[in-house]
Ligand binder design. Structure first.
Ligand SMILES: [Zn+2]
Length: 236
């Protein structure tokens, strides 16, 4: 039989809502058998490894691969937003996040999204293309393959957008009118005369600046939808 041990755990900040009420209260004892990594034990408490910003074993910084021994104290801290946005953050979104994908694309962020990705595929593409995986599925984020990801806390797409903008300090990097909401390809300026025959009368009357998606050919202009989005961002 494998020997049994007990270690003391404490989680902090926005990791707390992921725990059971007893575990949220402060330090708690966690019994385990055999040789276990910090990753395994943190995830046994339902916290995916992608949510861990820093980990301390008996007060010393440690990695998730560290082996936890009986009697040790483990403190688990959440990820902190970076001081400034990384130059070109790239995401892949789980099937249930279509509205969030559209919002992030509208802000210019590169988002892979399909409503029929399998978990295997999401994890594999995230790894191969160094994309941040966004999901509400904890199991998916617990896969070793997933290096970077974020467990969305909210069910509401506007709240989810706020979460992601905050988590990755994205607001200063937003570039609306850059990317196609439907296919994620880039938009390129197009002369009004070239697409005039495709426009509705009111659009033709009130707008002069247009862009076209290099992928699907959709035409974009800074109409009411765009204005609404700008207001949403400013409100966040
Ligand atoms: Zn497109």
């Amino acid at each position: 039989m494998e020997p049994s041990y007990t270690a003391t755990f404490r989680f902090y900040g926005d990791l707390l809502p992921l725990l059971s009420p007893v575990q949220r209260a402060g330090y708690f004892l966690y019994p385990f058998k055999g040789r276990q990594s910090a990753k395994h034990l943190v995830e046994a408490a339902s916290v995916p490894h992608t949510e861990v910003g820093a980990l301390f074993i008996d007060g010393q910084p440690a990695g998730l691969e560290a082996i936890v021994r009986g009697g040790q104290q483990v403190d688990v801290l959440p990820c902190q937003p970076p001081v400034s946005a990384e130059p070109d953050p790239r995401f892949i979104l789980d099937n249930h996040l279509g509205r969030l994908a559209a919002s992030l694309r509208m802000l210019g962020f590169d988002c892979l999204y399909r409503n029929d990705y399998q978990d295997e595929e999401l994890a594999a593409v995230a790894e191969a293309q160094a994309r941040i995986l966004l999901t509400r599925d904890r199991r998916l984020l617990m896969r070793k393959q997933v290096q970077r990801g974020r467990l969305l806390r909210s069910l509401d797409s506007r709240q989810q957008l706020a979460e992601i903008l905050q988590r990755y300090t994205l607001k200063p990097a937003a570039r609306p009118f850059l990317r196609c909401i439907h296919c994620n390809d880039l938009l390129t300026p197009v002369a009004k005369a070239e697409i005039d025959h495709l426009l509705e009368p009111l659009t033709r009357q009130y707008f002069d600046e247009f862009r076209r998606c290099i992928g699907c050919g959709r035409i974009y202009w800074k109409g009411s939808h765009y204005e609404k989005m700008v207001q949403v961002i400013e409100g966040l």
